[in-house]
Design a protein around this ligand. Structure first.
Ligand SMILES: Nc1nc2c(ncn2[C@@H]2O[C@H](COP(=O)(O)OP(=O)(O)OP(=O)(O)O)[C@@H](O)[C@H]2O)c(=O)[nH]1
Ligand SMILES: [Mg+2]
Ligand SMILES: [Zn+2]
Length: 319
């Protein structure tokens, strides 16, 4: 037994499948740890361990086995929510600081509806979104800025990057340091290229690991945490794309469109759906151009989807 190694240590859960958890302690050592023994949970929580959780780990007297003895309070969680909490929730990752949405200015064309969906998921979970528009050199930075002006106006942090021309990489890197970031976006927009450009030599295979780990297993990997060399983590999750709109509350939807907020509170009816009610301040804002037609269309699409996905019995449909 190595006496220099403390018997109790603080760690972060970096992955987990079917009861086997991998944790990373404060000096960067990774251990396999079981969820055995008397687990101390924060008061009145039905807390289940998730990737990203801060935990205390301890070793048995033989000094060979690590066990998770305590889950420390969560700062945040990215969850798939059930309507009115009736079906519980599944935690994708804990202690996520930001959701970094990567899209390309072109090749592939940015899918704004998808971006709006991801923004809503982040907002509904109370996690700060950050938008990255990569491949800006294909359209020019000015054009890219015009394309995404409504998002900048709504207050979302935006980065314009080009891996090819090494643009905006330092600024984006600065925003990842020391934070736990979920990196997501459509295929081919340059997520891997960005990570490799910001962290040369690290060869982070974000997106590829979770797929290979998931292959041939019944247990779903919620997420994987990749430690960054200068502090912080990138969360690799296959789960975010599958978050259905039924998991969010309809009332919360308008609030999750950041620029709708000041208007939604001015509607004549407090339960306004912002579709065709008289005295709807959101509709008025669309008419005046304060809210763009595109964003409003996204709202309507997600609202329809959300309402269609909840069948009368209150049971969510599975696709
Ligand atoms: N023109 C241009 N091409 C880029 C840029 N960044 C990445 N690419 C190219 O875009 C293609 C896709 O890049 P990836 O990094 O594999 O994209 P990804 O988002 O990781 O895709 P998935 O792993 O499938 O989700 C590659 O051919 C890259 O060389 C850029 O800034 N400009
Ligand atoms: Mg990739
Ligand atoms: Zn309204």
């Amino acid at each position: 037994m190595d006496l220099a190694t403390p018997i109790r240590s603080r760690a972060v859960v970096v992955s987990g499948t079917g009861g086997v958890w991998h944790v990373r302690d404060e000096s960067g050592g990774e251990h396999e740890a079981s969820l055995r023994g008397r687990l101390k949970l924060p008061k009145n929580s039905a807390l289940k361990l998730a990737v990203g959780d801060d935990v205390m780990i301890s070793r048995d007297s033989a000094g060979t086995q690590w066990a998770i003895s305590e889950i420390l309070p969560r700062r945040s969680q990215l969850a798939r929510r059930a309507p009115s909490g009736a079906f519980g929730e599944r935690i994708i990752a804990a202690n996520v600081d930001q959701v970094v949405l990567v899209f390309a200015a072109a090749k592939p064309e940015p899918h704004l509806r998808m971006m709006d969906r991801f923004l809503v998921i982040a907002e509904a979970n109370g996690i700060e979104p950050r938008i990255v528009i990569n491949k800006v050199e294909l359209v020019g930075e000015g054009t890219a800025q015009d394309m995404f002006a409504p998002y900048a106006a709504a207050g979302y942090p935006l980065h314009f990057t080009s891996v090819k021309q090494q643009l905006g990489l330092t600024e984006l890197h600065d925003q990842l340091v020391g934070r736990t970031s979920v990196l997501t976006g459509p295929s081919g927009v340059g997520k891997s290229s960005l990570m490799n450009a910001m962290y040369p030599g690290l060869n982070l295979r974000v997106g590829e690991i979770s797929e290979s780990v998931n292959k041939g297993r019944h247990t779903t990997v919620g997420a994987l945490l990749h430690p960054l060399p200068d502090g912080g983590y990138v969360v690799d999750t296959p789960g975010l794309r599958e978050v259905g709109m039924w998991e969010l509350s309809a009332d919360g939807l308008a609030h999750s469109f950041r620029e709708f907020r000041p208007f939604a509170s001015e509607c004549k009816f407090s339960d306004c759906s912002h579709r065709k009610e008289p005295g709807c301040a959101v509709l008025a804002a669309v008419d005046s151009g304060a809210i763009t037609g595109d964003r409003y269309e996204s709202y309507l699409g997600l609202r329809d989807e959300m309402e269609a996905e909840v069948v009368p019995a209150g049971k969510p449909k599975r696709r």
